[in-house]
Structures are given as C-alpha cells and as structure tokens.
Write a protein that binds this ligand. Structure first.
Ligand SMILES: [Zn+2]
Length: 134
C-alpha cells in the first residue's frame, strides 16, 4: 500500500515536471492512464492530497489545477501569480502580508486555518501589453 502510494506520487511528480503549465487532476489521470489503464480518479486525488500536504505540489484553487511547488519554505503560504495568457506561474512568500490577513480575519471573528492567495494578470515574458520595465 505504502510503496504503491509512493510510486503513484512519483508518477504524478514526473507528469507535473514535464508540464509547461498547471494540470487538472484529470489531465494527470489521462497522462498516467496510458501506462495504467485501470487507474481511478480517487487514487490520483489521494496522491495529490498527500503531495500538497508534503509541500511538493501546489493546488491552484482558481484554476482547479496542480503544479510543482518551486519555492522552499515548508508551511509558509505561497502567493501565486498566474499569467492568464500563457499559464505561467510565479510563487512568492510574504509572511508579513499573511500575518496581516490573518489578523484581519481574527478581527472579523474568523480563526484562519489556511490561506489562498492567487493573483491573475499577464507575465512580463511577452504577455503583458505594457510591461513595467523601464
Ligand atoms: Zn504569460
């Protein structure tokens, strides 16, 4: 069971490593079904959940998709910036911002359990019509 789970997680990491953009669970399932026709969606979801919990994979809520986590930082919430044209993902970590958001939630009467911070826009690698470069 454990080794099967490890093999599945390794397969998913391999698929995500080879992708140029975030993939849905069904994209991953389709990629892996070529070699494992019996593979069930629940198996993929279980492995993705474990990979997210380990900080190896990010779930992109607004796209309902997954990508390899690029930044180190353990349990620090990641701020994701997403290019809506080419799908590029950029990660950043801003502990002060997260602390401010947590304080605002506390102040409003909600104890935060996790943060989802996703910013959509256009990347500076050719997608932004007016890049902010000098
Ligand atoms: Zn772009």
């Amino acid at each position: 069971m454990t080794s099967k789970g490890q093999a599945m997680r390794a397969d998913i990491l391999r698929v995500l490593r080879g992708a140029s953009h975030a993939l849905s669970a069904y994209d991953i399932l389709a990629a892996l079904r070529a070699g494992q026709p019996q593979l069930a969606p629940t198996t993929i979801y279980r492995a993705l959940k474990a990979l997210c919990a380990r900080g190896e994979v990010l779930r992109i809520e607004s796209l309902n998709a997954y990508a390899l986590r690029q930044t180190e930082g353990g349990d620090q919430p990641v701020i994701l910036s997403i290019c809506d044209r080419c799908g590029a993902l950029r990660e950043s970590v801003a502990p002060d911002l997260v602390a401010s958001l947590s304080a605002a939630a506390q102040h409003s009467g909600i104890t935060p359990s996790h943060h989802v911070i996703e910013i959509h826009g256009q990347c500076h690698d050719g997608c932004a019509s007016t890049p902010n470069h000098p």
